[in-house]
Write a protein that binds this ligand. Structure first.
Ligand SMILES: [Zn+2]
Length: 195
């Protein structure tokens, strides 16, 4: 599985069906201890770090950043652990994650799909960084690439994968409640004309 697919499986397995969700709660459910503090003197801190200590996974996030930044950073650090960047690891449900070379782009791809699943955004008609900020509470610099991919997929008519179809079903109520207003207005206009 690639980072994006691993994120989709985490969302499915943990029954996440709305955005934004508590990344700290998800971290705990995965058996990863999440702490809002700088753990030790690190030069390149950047607001977050993942650590495997005696085979116990930890993520540390700097609480002085805004909530939006903290959320994406926490998702990125969870990505490092689940993608095996710190070594092979087994989560609380017994799912095994093989060791792979540390890769920042992979951790970002995981965090993007975890906090802004493309199929959910597309189903809600979300296509701008502003809409994502409002819906998912994610900063524009962290959602830019997601927006590009969503627009490309909408243009190409690229169908959802079977896993994405499962996710859309899991988020069905949320999608219904958060689909862009313009559609509802059109529907209301149609209803008004019919009555
Ligand atoms: Zn990183």
């Amino acid at each position: 599985m690639n980072p994006k697919e691993i994120a989709q499986h985490v969302l499915l397995e943990h029954g996440i069906s709305g955005l934004p969700f508590g990344v700290g709660d998800l971290s705990r459910a995965l058996g990863i201890t999440a702490k809002l503090t700088k753990p030790f003197e690190i030069q390149e801190w950047g607001g977050g770090i993942a650590h495997l200590m005696n085979n116990e996974p930890y993520i540390f996030v700097d609480p002085s950043y805004c909530i939006e930044y903290q959320k994406f950073t926490a998702a990125h650090e969870i990505g490092h652990i689940l993608l095996g960047h710190l070594g092979s690891w087994t989560d609380a449900n017994g799912t095994q994650y093989a060791n792979r070379k540390c890769n920042e782009a992979e951790a970002n791809a995981f965090a993007e799909e975890l906090t802004m699943p493309e199929c959910v955004l597309m189903s809600c008609g979300i296509t701008t960084v502003r809409q994502i900020k409002k819906l998912c509470r994610i900063l524009p610099e962290d959602s830019k690439q997601v927006v590009e991919r969503v627009r490309q997929r909408l243009k190409s008519g690229d169908p959802f994968t079977p896993t994405e179809q499962q996710l859309v079903r899991q988020f069905a109520d949320y999608i219904q409640q958060h689909t862009k207003k313009s559609v509802c207005r059109k529907e209301r206009a149609a209803c008004a004309t019919n009555s």
